[in-house]
Design a protein around this ligand. Structure first.
Ligand SMILES: Cc1cc2nc3c(=O)[nH]c(=O)nc-3n(C[C@H](O)[C@H](O)[C@H](O)COP(=O)(O)O)c2cc1C
Length: 184
């Protein structure tokens, strides 16, 4: 059966951990093994019609990558390879991991970058998320008063991570199943 591809960009591993949790909660029959974006090719992404893309935020509210001191490389190193690649017809759900207490003026901005990049390439972005319960002053990942995907803060609101994951997965699972049905 066609499955969902899950790709993440991380430095210290939180975004990997969250990706694994999402995959486990959705179930192995729905999602393939989460993969670090620093070890895949563009074709690995294009194999999938439905994707979950996750990122941490580094630098000045940027995606992770070698230019932001992520030694093994990440989204910033991968994105240039997407030049001219079309994601029309693909459905993408996003999650972003950040720290609103320390970086409240650019909370989970990296997720906002992924939104802009993949939307411009024609993808349909699904899974927007209420900002209720978060405390931040500004975020590029907020569009029309909602986060463009699941926002998580495993540093200053770690206590909420599990319940947010459960609620997001419960909200998304029927949408993912319907999208995969359509493809088959
Ligand atoms: C140098 C540095 C810059 C950061 N910049 C931001 C930021 O702009 N916005 C944000 O929400 N979080 C920011 N963070 C927090 C990380 O995104 C957060 O700790 C995240 O959990 C790291 O994920 P990872 O373990 O997958 O690398 C920053 C962290 C560091 C160390």
């Amino acid at each position: 059966m066609t499955k969902i591809g899950l790709f993440f960009g991380t430095d210290s591993g939180t975004t990997r951990l969250i990706g694994k949790k999402i995959a486990t909660k959705l179930g192995a029959e729905l999602v393939d093994k989460p993969l670090n974006i620093n070890r895949v090719t563009v074709d690995d992404l294009l194999k999938y019609q439905v994707l979950i893309l996750g990122t941490a935020t580094y630098g000045e509210g940027d995606l992770p990558g070698t230019e932001n001191d992520v030694k093994s490389g990440s989204w910033l190193d991968f994105i240039p390879q997407l030049e001219g690649v079309d994601f029309s017809g693909k459905m993408i759900a996003l999650y972003g991991v950040g720290n609103q207490e320390k970086y409240g003026d650019r909370f989970v901005n990296g997720m906002g970058k992924l939104f802009d990049i993949f939307k411009a390439k024609g993808a349909t972005i699904i899974g927007s998320w209420d900002t209720d319960g978060y405390t931040f002053t500004s975020s590029d990942a907020v569009v029309d008063n909602k986060f463009v995907g699941l926002a998580l803060d495993n540093k200053s609101q770690k206590i909420d991570t599990e319940s947010r994951l459960d609620r997001w997965v419960a909200m998304m699972k029927p949408q993912f199943e319907a999208a995969l049905e359509d493809i088959m």
